[in-house]
Ligand binder design. Structure first.
Ligand code: CO
Length: 133
């Protein structure tokens, strides 16, 4: 298991992408809209892990709601796992609140599922697994 990426909620994806290009001194590696989540993502590869900037595509996007409540900033930490189904079962059995009944299609060719921040010291945890194709 390793940290696959850190998700950061931003108001203005274009502006944030420019800022992170400066911070990381490299171009953005991938832009992708995730229709089901009403977000647009910008990924930066930083060695083994990535930075995922998350901008809302509609006012009722989870990211828009998050920013309304908490402001911009760190949104989630994503851990890459080998078997997301087994990990979800394991965490459910251990009493964690898993927010997705089944893993769903996320950005970056991944299956993803989230664990509620109340069980993780205030941090939303994403599990992700590369889709096999
Ligand atoms: Co993510």
């Amino acid at each position: 298991m390793h940290i696959d990426h850190i998700g950061i909620a931003v108001k203005d994806l274009e502006a944030a992408t420019e800022i992170y290009q400066k911070i990381l001194n490299r171009p953005c590696d991938k832009r992708e809209i995730v229709e089901s989540e009403k977000v647009e993502t910008a990924f930066f590869n930083t060695g083994q892990s990535k930075v995922e900037l998350l901008g809302a595509t509609t006012p009722d996007s989870v990211i828009a709601k998050y920013i309304d409540k908490k402001g911009e900033g760190m949104h989630h930490v994503a851990f890459e796992v080998e078997d997301i189904y087994a990990e979800l079962d394991r965490l459910r059995a251990a009493g964690f609140t898993v927010l997705n009944e089944q893993p769903k299609n996320g950005a970056d060719n991944k299956l993803v599922a989230f664990v509620h921040p109340k069980d993780n010291n205030g941090v939303l945890v994403e599990l992700c697994q590369e889709k096999q194709e």
